[in-house]
Design a protein around this ligand. Structure first.
Ligand SMILES: [Zn+2]
Length: 423
């Protein structure tokens, strides 16, 4: 993955704090963004980043203002949005200040309970998703300790409060999660989107994550557009300014979500299975969605197709009963090796690789890797080494950080297997 400086900054939140609207509003970045509103009665924070980045955003905040924090809003319960509270609480205790009100959607509490139940699994999952880039454990946050919300937004109800000279309108919509809140401050027309906007292709259909809601997501963006914002603080990325630019960004992001949703639904109604839907959809991606705000650097269109299919369909993807209760891959591969041996498979894989048919070469190599006797060191080494080479080539061309990381994780795992072969 050739990550340009622009998108490296985006993915890792490497922006200096940005103040706007007479200096009363600020965006502070550390992976995800924290929105800050300075009122005459104290501060309102929209998101507080991750446990790891909490000190970084807190220090940036205190270089801007020393006012006490009165409200904290969780846009949603993801680890990079509401776990950076430790320095905030330490400061309150040191000064003997009153605790702020903490606002979340009621579904956020279910999310935290789920995170507690799946503690070890999520640890493993985070290593899978980010491990080859960020190193193990770096991004992990336990949900056994949380900053407890004091005000819960219920169901589809809106919640509005005033502090000092500003009004804070909170709205719940489903999108990346089922506990999302977005915020609008009408006096300066500032929109805080959380992860509804992340300055690149919506992260819908992440291969590791639970179901997301593309249609509700599109509708939420249209509701935001009705507010005619002048400023937009996204979940990640730089501040977006200007009514027309914001309108364009909200519109094109809603359109791509409608598009992927409606095209998959159309094909489901035509009685098509996943493979056909997926490959047809790859052919019809409209040129207009090659827009910089939809850069496929984190999530991507290919993942979004899965998301819509999963929203309405179970796990039986192919319509072929062979796949209903399948044998183990190793057993299937073993039968193939009885028809012709590893050497022939390897020659075929190598030819496919040389013809540039990398994906097909991987499928053939997997027959060798899944079934070859572990004592057959030479052929296994060659298969591992060719697979490493292919995955590296695919990774170089890959635009999506998530897909790229999956390729690199496997490269690292296979390199370890190669080094263990002769032991
Ligand atoms: Zn999120």
């Amino acid at each position: 993955m050739k990550l340009t400086e622009k998108y490296r900054k985006l993915l890792f939140g490497l922006y200096p704090p940005k103040s706007f609207a007479n200096g009363k509003f600020n965006k502070i970045s550390a992976f995800s963004n924290m929105g800050v509103v300075e009122t005459s009665k104290g501060l309102v924070l929209f998101d507080i980043s991750s446990r790891l980045n909490g000190p970084r955003i807190f220090n940036s905040l205190r270089e801007i203002t020393d006012k006490p924090i009165k409200f904290i809003i969780f846009s949603h319960g993801h680890f990079d949005h509401c776990f950076g509270y430790a320095p905030i609480i330490d400061e309150i205790k040191e000064n003997g200040w009153e605790m702020p009100q903490v606002i979340a959607h009621e579904n956020c509490m279910n999310r935290f309970e789920k995170y507690k139940m799946l503690d070890k699994y999520l640890h493993w999952l985070h290593d899978q998703q980010f491990g080859s880039v960020l190193g193990k454990d770096k991004q992990y946050n336990s949900a056994h300790e949380i900053l407890n919300p004091t005000i819960l937004v219920r169901g589809n109800e809106n919640y509005t409060f005033k502090l000092g000279e500003y009004t804070f309108e909170l709205y719940h919509d489903k999108g990346e999660t089922d506990d999302h809140i977005w915020m609008f401050v009408p006096e300066e027309r500032v929109l805080f989107t959380g992860d509804f906007i992340i300055s690149c292709f919506p992260n819908v259909g992440n291969p590791y994550k639970v179901q997301r809601y593309p249609k509700d997501w599109a509708r939420a963006l249209e509701k935001m557009r009705e507010k005619e914002p002048e400023y937009l603080i996204p979940g990640q990325g730089p501040l977006i300014e200007g009514k027309e630019k914001i309108k364009e960004i909200l519109t094109i992001t809603a359109e791509v979500l409608h598009f992927v949703h409606d095209e998959v639904v159309k094909r489901l109604n035509e009685g098509k299975w996943f493979e056909q839907i997926y490959h047809e959809m790859l052919e019809i991606f409209p040129e207009k969605f090659n827009h910089e705000i939809l850069a496929q650097v984190y999530g991507c269109y290919r993942f979004a197709i899965h998301a819509v299919y999963r929203l309405y369909h179970g796990w039986y993807n192919t319509g072929n009963p062979t796949d209903l209760f399948p044998a183990k891959n190793s057993e299937i591969a073993n039968e193939f090796l009885k028809i012709c041996d590893e050497k022939e498979y390897f020659i075929r894989a190598k030819n496919l690789f040389e013809e540039g048919k990398l994906q097909l070469a991987l499928h053939i190599l997997d027959v060798i890797i899944n079934a070859t006797n572990r004592l057959n060191i030479e052929i296994l080494r060659k298969a591992y080494e060719l697979k490493i080479k292919i995955l590296q080539q695919k990774e170089e061309k890959e635009s999506s950080f998530i897909a790229s990381n999956i390729f690199l994780n496997e490269v690292n795992r296979l390199k370890l297997k190669v080094s263990n072969l002769s032991k």
